[in-house]
Design a protein around this ligand. Structure first.
Ligand code: CA
Length: 223
């Protein structure tokens, strides 16, 4: 579950991020409206905490633009004022919930939990990267209308690469999480399965590629 925190008070942004990470969420922050919007539009996030008072482009503008562009992730607005007007405007713009500053951390967590729980029930939480997604129920790799079934280990590896969102996954990570034991054959298996996955990405005509970072591991490119 990836959460984007957009807040221009960097200390607060970092505090919120640290709190959410401790709960097991993967978090990125942005400190102004424009960069927040850019990240939101990348489609890499499942949920968003968005401050209303931001320099340049405010939170309501960010939210409106996201919704126009079809980004439907749940959004928790942080409003500095407790005025009813702001809340109504926020909800009209497509926010799912709001929290008035200053807030206690427990309340923020409760709201985020509630939003992500709803997400689990009403939207697909199939991991995505670029033009591909993983169907967690069917064990399939999908690209547009094309799908291909993955073997269990292939699927686990692809899931790790996709949730890494372009970051490097090391061979050691694959071996320890999927094979559990570190012998040479497990390391060789990683290479074999990576080649299977590359063939399947080609089969799907995906623009996503698995890149080798020699001596380190693998990462996805093409989002
Ligand atoms: Ca602010």
């Amino acid at each position: 579950m990836k959460i984007l925190v957009v807040e221009d008070e960097t200390a607060l942004a970092e505090a919120v991020a640290a709190l959410l990470r401790k709960e097991g969420y993967s978090v990125e922050t942005a400190n102004d409206g424009k960069s927040g919007l850019g990240k939101a539009l990348s489609g890499r996030f499942d949920c968003m905490v968005l401050d209303v008072m931001l320099p340049g482009m405010n939170g309501l503008e960010v939210l409106t633009y996201m919704r126009v562009k079809g980004i439907e992730i749940p959004v928790l607005l942080l409003t500095a004022k407790s005025e009813v007007d702001d809340k109504i405007k926020g909800l009209d713009c497509g926010a799912d919930d709001y929290l008035t500053k200053p807030f206690v951390t427990g309340e923020l967590l409760a709201r985020v939990r509630a939003m992500t729980r709803r997400l689990g029930m009403t939207q697909d939480i199939n991991p995505r990267y670029g033009d591909i997604s993983l169907d967690m129920k069917k064990g399939e790799l999908c690209c547009g209308a094309n799908t291909v079934v993955l073997g269990r280990k292939e699927f686990q590896m692809m899931e790790m690469l996709v949730s890494g969102a372009g970051k490097i996954t090391t061979k050691e990570d694959f071996v320890s999480k999927i094979w559990g034991c570190e012998d040479d054959s497990a390391y060789n298996n990683v290479e074999v399965y990576i080649s299977f996955l590359r063939k399947k990405l080609q089969l799907l005509h995906s623009s996503v590629q698995i890149k080798t970072r020699r001596g380190i591991g693998y990462c996805l490119e093409g989002a």
